[in-house]
Design a protein around this ligand. Structure first.
Ligand code: CA
Length: 454
């Protein structure tokens, strides 16, 4: 063959292979209330961009994260495993000298597997998986990183606050200045990432973890002005923060459209936990988890049932999906979408959701789902079908039928002792595969001592 013809022939052979692997985006909101986005039913907080994404998604109405607070949920997403299996049940303190407080190096990460599957990987935003350099995103599978390495951050450049919330932003290991409202800067970075890698030889994965709308409650004037009608100052600011997040997602989506990547991009959206029960100065809670019971930190539904979207226009028809799913499923689902299921570790708790979401399989992805805070003997919960057992420490187990009672208001434990017995046994069995937390959450106001419990 002439050189030009053979070149075209090679292109023909290779182009479809590139096109087949979707890009992957994981978007995480922080402390977002269950009912605080339009697609979940909020009338108070308009989120047109997230609503548009929801219209292109399977909205998972029984979608969970694996923990009712920040860092452990992220450890679950990063590994596809219950984080209790490796002792990551608390938030790591901001301790750059500690090799113990972070996502253990013994675990294989989602982005490192995507690298093996041929992906360029990037992370933007909140990390919260360890402050020691060994835990840096660039060491855990991300080719590119821009963000705040701690558990949260001040939103405006130059704002005062605790150490963790005022550390310089970080780009690939180097300090960089914060130049604008943080949600906006994270959005810009994410948008730049998908623009930079559009049309490249490799598919890409982007992990976009906003710290919004987690406290501190800080929002730009232009967004606050849209919510003059909300009297409660904390609620007004929180609403403005959610809208800023929505706009940042809108910018990312527009770039995906503009670069013609949207169709073959798999996007997940979740909050890392339910809305917190924080009252601010007004004495009224400013997040809305309706119709769920409880809030961040609890193993009632308000702690870890979250807004949950999966979108892949090229392969998945939008709609709703009602069987219980969990963010642990992101990793194996992405590997399957990348036609690299053979890379999926054997020890995962997450499953490939694609056959369920496409309707090819009609069963349940998970017979059982588990949650636990505070280590063995702490608060825990298990869900089987529509039945959920909640045990707060040493109190008597409570039993709810979520199909009839999503608000967990009618305790059925006395009526169904057999179910209670089975579910208590299921938790005990699951706990055999877990260990005690290997580090403590920081005490309010000061970082925890270097810890290694047991
Ligand atoms: Ca959180």
């Amino acid at each position: 063959m002439r050189p030009i013809l053979s070149f075209l022939f090679v292109l023909l052979l290779t182009a479809p292979a590139f096109a087949a692997k979707p890009n992957v985006v994981v978007i995480i909101a922080d402390d977002l209330g269950y009912n605080d986005v339009g697609f979940q039913g909020s009338k108070e907080i308009p989120t047109p961009n997230l609503d548009k994404l929801a219209a292109q998604s399977l909205r998972c109405t029984n979608g969970y994260v694996s923990h009712p607070f920040c860092s452990p949920t992220r450890a679950g997403i990063m590994t596809g495993r219950y984080q209790h299996r490796f002792g990551h049940e608390n938030n790591p303190a901001w301790l750059p000298e500690s090799t113990g407080a972070g996502l253990t190096l013994e675990e294989t990460t989602f982005p490192s597997l995507m690298q093996k599957a041929g992906y360029t990987t990037g992370a933007v935003g909140k990390w919260h998986l360890g402050a020691h350099p060994q835990f840096h995103p660039n060491k855990r599978g991300f080719d590119e990183y821009f963000g705040a390495l701690g558990g949260g951050h001040q939103y405006f450049p130059g704002d005062k606050g605790g150490v963790e919330y005022t550390i310089p932003l970080n780009r690939n290991g180097k300090d960089v200045p914060q130049t604008k409202y943080l949600t906006e800067q994270f959005g810009d970075e994410a948008t730049a990432f998908v623009g930079r890698h559009a049309g490249g030889a490799k598919p890409w994965m982007l992990y976009l973890a906003f710290n919004a709308p987690h406290t501190p409650l800080q929002a730009p004037k232009e967004w606050l002005e849209k919510f003059q009608h909300i009297e409660n100052n904390s609620r007004r600011t929180y609403a403005a923060m959610v809208c800023a997040l929505d706009a940042a997602v809108g910018g990312l989506m527009a770039k995906l459209d503009e670069t013609k990547q949207r169709e073959n991009t798999l996007i997940y959206f979740v909050s890392d936990n339910g809305g917190p029960n924080l009252t601010g100065k007004s004495g009224t809670n400013f997040t809305d988890n309706a119709p769920l019971r409880g809030a961040k930190g609890m193993v009632y539904e308000g702690g870890m049932r979250v807004p949950f979207l999966v979108s892949w226009p090229a392969k998945l028809k939008p709609g709703t999906y009602d069987q219980p799913v969990i963010a642990l499923d992101f990793l194996p689902t992405a590997l399957a979408a990348a036609e690299s299921a053979e890379l999926t570790p054997k020890n995962l708790d997450g499953v490939n959701l694609l056959p369920f979401l496409s309707g090819e399989k009609s069963g349940v992805p998970h017979e059982l789902l588990f949650w636990r805070t505070g280590g063995p003997g702490g608060n825990n919960a298990v869900r089987r079908g529509s039945m959920k057992l909640v045990r707060n420490g040493k109190t008597e187990p409570e039993l709810y039928d979520l199909a009839a009672d999503v608000g967990e208001s009618k305790n059925l434990a006395a009526e169904k002792p057999e179910v209670v017995k089975e579910l208590v046994a299921a938790i005990a069995e699951w706990e055999k595969g877990t260990i005690a937390p290997t580090f403590e959450s920081p005490k309010a106001g000061k970082p925890a001592a270097k810890t290694k419990k047991k």
